[in-house]
Design a protein around this ligand. Sequence first.
Ligand SMILES: CCCCCCCCCCCCC/C=C/[C@@H](O)[C@H](COP(=O)(O)O)NC(=O)CCCCC
Ligand SMILES: Nc1ncnc2c1ncn2[C@@H]1O[C@H](COP(=O)(O)OP(=O)(O)O)[C@@H](O)[C@H]1O
Ligand SMILES: [Ca+2]
Length: 562
Amino acid sequence: METQPRALCSQLTSQHGLCDVTLTGAFLSWKEAETCRRRAAGHAYDPRKAGAFKKGGRCVPLCEIVAVQETEGEDPGADTGERRSAPRSPAECNQHAFTVSYVERGRKHRWQCSEVTFRCTESRLCLQWLQAIKEQLALLTTRPKRLLVYINPYGGKQRGKRIYEQKVAPIFCRASISTDVIVTERANHARDHLKTEADLQKYDGIVCVGGDGMFSEVMHGLISRTQRDTGADQNCSGETLVECSLRVGIIPAGSTDCVCYATVGSNDPVTSALHIVVGDSQPMDVCSIRADDTFLRYSVSLLGYGFYGDMLTDSERKRWMGPARYDLSGVKTFLSHRYYEGTVSFLLADSNVGTPRDKLQCRSGCNICQQPSADKRLCGKEDRALDGEAKGAWQVIRGKFLAINAACMSCACPRSPKGLSPSAHLANGTVDLILVHKCSRLDFFRHLLRHTNKDDQFDHPFVEVYRVRQFRFTPRCQETASELELELREGDGVGRARFFSQICRKHPACGCMPTHSCWNCDGEILPHAGIEVRVHCQLIKLFARGIEEQTVFDDPYTLCAI
Ligand SMILES: CCCCCCCCCCCCC/C=C/[C@@H](O)[C@H](COP(=O)(O)O)NC(=O)CCCCC
Ligand SMILES: Nc1ncnc2c1ncn2[C@@H]1O[C@H](COP(=O)(O)OP(=O)(O)O)[C@@H](O)[C@H]1O
Ligand SMILES: [Ca+2]
């Protein structure tokens, strides 16, 4: 039987004075000692500090302690900047100290690494504390000890290397995490290294420093490698893909950083580094994309045809501008107001995984993502193999679209803090399919603007949104007579009615409108128009925990009761 460690309780001195410090199996807490009277001890009185300390003290879950280490027993007033009014007593000259680094929550889901130093006059007591905290930390087995880090030096504002060296490496070092760092020398360097060369047995996780494109590289390398190592064939349609066991951490240093933002709640490198250190784990759905029965790519965030495809194509020519390229290309693409004809067919998800308009946002420990559902059992599997109950009917929508977007997650990012599909889930085995039909420029602008404020971007007559587990798109130029017939037969009543209404309102072909766009696949151009997409539930895991609800943690001085 496992025995609970005994609580350790001592009076130790911190920069705030004498405090009662307690270590239990779950928390380290400290508060001003009952007997402590800072002014009586001759310290200058700082009402701001004293008030804050009195008000709260601290209670840190052990799982959020980054590290503990022995410290020089320096002057207790030194780190508060207080001036000493009396000479040191012999006891003060002979102090022993240890420093605890821990996660502290700030505003907007940001975490920082704070420190507290405790001193005492007995070396034995100091060592007892150090050992007890270290023993507790050693029990946290989900923390990574060895990481493989890939840095894209050209992502975003080309600050990846500096961000890693100045903000992240010191935190890994403090947490005693050892790293092998590879600064990439070309596009797909990280993907190819992971796929064929890297000795993955040596690592507890992979870290990528860059944007969504860099994450996509790492994800492709890791998924391909996992399938190869386990004998699964990602090129085979309907194959059940094997989940990747290594977690991936994202240090945001790109242009959009949507995967990081939507899984952590911020695009702050220190916050991401701390989520890695504490060993968080967030499963994530992955879409596989095929065309003509050939595997093309995976996607986790935005898969966008029309507006986002065209915008990306234009922005790639402006890479030198950094993240601002998206603004310029966004305006240009908006003004071009191009629409594309084609057919979207999809299989609706189970109702127990929510709907895109239910306003149930995916948050840390999300119930919807934890619930077993047909979508999770079946996603990734060939639709032809499904039984009648789970298969459902393919729905078919023909039309002229300004944009067809598939969001496997909310796609929240600094440009759109609630994201492309605010209620999309990270790990429910589904994707939100957003169809923006041809409308006026003004209406499309209103729709886009709503991505940046609290209004519902789906509340327009020209926008349809569905939660699906599989979909296909066929551009009008690729539709054959037999496909049209098949869709007619498979489609339900609504699909058939739409199909006929389109045929009846046939437009003469206009020479200035290109017949097809391309797909924006997590920021990479996919030069195919006709594709098939299927969701693989929880195929990969990140060092993240989903976006935390804003709770008591917004008040850094809150002392939780133990
Ligand atoms: C009138 C104001 C209009 C504002 C519209 C804002 C709409 C924002 C939706 C954001 C969706 C973001 C989806 C994320 C996509 C990324 O994967 C991709 C690549 O990122 P990275 O490698 O880090 O560069 N980014 C994009 O495709 C750019 C989308 C920017 C949209 C303005
Ligand atoms: N050393 C490199 N040189 C050029 N391109 C690279 C390098 N390393 C990675 N890439 C590629 O750069 C692209 C953009 O990377 P990313 O980090 O997402 O930046 P951004 O968010 O600015 O697009 C990705 O497609 C990635 O494959
Ligand atoms: Ca999902």
